[in-house]
Structures are given as C-alpha cells and as structure tokens.
Write a protein that binds this ligand. Structure first.
Ligand code: GLN
Length: 251
C-alpha cells in the first residue's frame, strides 16, 4: 500500500464546482487499488514544501475568490515550480486553471497575478461561456480519450504559441470559444475549464493523475493502474457527452 499525498490548495476559497467530488474520486479509486490518499488542505497560512505532496489540486472560484487568493498563491510560485520540477502532478480546474497561467484579468478589470506554471494568459470577456462540453485528449501517444463536463467562465484563455492544450474541443466553447483548444498540459500539470465535477464522469483522467502521483511517490515511470468496472461512470460520461453533442455551448 502506498500513501498518495495530495495538497488541496485553498479549499475554503476555490470550491464552487463540487471540487470535493474530484478529491473523493481520487480517494476511492486509490483505495480500490489498495492505496491510500492523504489530503492536506493548503490555505493562506500554509507553506508549500516541495517534495511533500505527490499531487496538487486547485479548484474553481468566482473572480471575487480568485482575487482573494491570487497574491498569496503568487508568493508561493517558486515552491510550486520546484514541486513540479521534482515530478509532482497538478490538476487545476477553472478559476484555479486561470491562476496557473501568467495572470487573469477579471470581469471588472482586476489584474490577478498567476504563477506561470502553464504558458497562457486569461482575460474575462463580456459574455460568459456556459454549457456542456466534450473534448478529445491524447495524453499518451496513440491513446485518444474523451472528457465530458460542464463549463461556466467569462475568462478567455489564450495559450502561447506551441503550448499543448489538454484537448481538442468536440462540442462546447473550451478555452476561448474560437481556438478549438481546451485546457492546457505541461508534463504532469493539467488545467481545464471542465467541472461538474470533472472526475466522476471521466475516471480515466483520475487514474492517469493517480499514476503520475504514484510515480512521484515511489520513483520511476508511471505504471497504468488496474482497470475497474466503471459501468456507472461510463454511463455518466455518455449522458454528459450526449448533452454536449446536442447542446454544447456556442455563440
Ligand atoms: N471567475 C472565472 C471566470 O469567470 C472562473 C470561473 C470559474 O471558476 N468557473 O472566468
């Protein structure tokens, strides 16, 4: 049994999209494989100590909550970069995703610093991008998988030239409603607008992240986890994907 150590950043502020559901999926899928998840909330007064966590999670928030944490997070940028350089994995959703870039300009013009873990910038636009969304990812060469979720953001996220999106939009808006990109990936760091929450209906992504976290914990390369039946999860994915295909957001 391995204890996978998760650092949950600002759970008191960035939590509007049932982010606890994502943590619950990590915990249960780890335990079904005989592992244990130890989740540490990392709030305003907590230091980030590189090497202490295998996986960091940052949830979603409205501009107001993002503004409250942005400076605090920016002050911890160096430690987070060191943690990632050491091989820790990161999943950031929505508001958290935006703050992983270089910065976010909110709806009222508030300038929020980001930590530059992902090569992107975000500026809020007039119309919110709301709806079901379906994307196609290829995190491992030749393995195409879909992610289904819900998006609700004013932010338009632009990736730097050459940056790797998390996936290609099949239905919905994605990063900016026009590039066809959704989310961003840099090694084991993933950012996405998909919530709802994300992982209960996309268990393969939870397993991919757990495998990265285990590799950090135990050393060596990520090893694919044994498959689980996932019938219910598959149905949840299909319902969500179907909604996105039928009425995914578009202007
Ligand atoms: N406040 C940000 C936006 O509207 C992020 C919202 C969110 O976390 N859904 O773009």
């Amino acid at each position: 049994m391995t204890t996978i150590r998760v650092g949950h950043l600002y759970p008191d502020y960035l939590n509007i999209y049932a982010d606890r559901g994502n943590i619950a999926v990590f915990a249960r899928r780890a335990s079904w494989r005989g592992h244990e998840l130890a989740v540490t909330p990392l709030g305003m007064d907590d230091a980030i100590v590189p090497g202490e966590h295998d996986l960091y999670y940052v949830g979603g928030g409205q501009d107001r909550e993002q503004l409250l944490v942005a400076e605090n997070l920016a002050a911890k940028a160096e430690e987070l970069h060191a943690a990632v350089a050491d091989g820790a994995a990161v999943l950031a959703v929505c508001g958290g995703y935006q703050l992983l870039g270089r910065g976010y300009r909110g709806f009222h013009g508030e300038e929020m610093p980001g930590i530059g873990l992902l090569p992107l910038e975000t500026v809020a636009g007039e119309r919110r991008m709301i709806g079901d969304v379906l994307i196609e990812c290829e995190l491992e060469p030749g393995e195409r998988r879909t992610l289904a979720g819900f998006e609700n953001h004013a932010g338009r996220t632009r990736l730097d030239a050459g940056a790797e999106p998390l996936g290609r939009v099949l239905s919905g808006f994605g990063n900016d409603g026009e590039s066809g990109h959704e989310g961003c990936r840099a090694g084991r760091v993933l950012g996405t607008y998909l919530h709802g929450p994300l992982l209960p209906r996309n268990p393969w992504l939870a397993d991919w992240l757990l495998a990265q976290a285990l590799a950090h914990r135990t050393g060596g390369e990520p090893v694919e986890l044994e498959p689980l039946p996932d019938e219910l999860e598959g149905r949840a994915h299909e319902v969500s994907a179907g909604r996105a295909r039928a009425r995914g957001g578009r202007f």
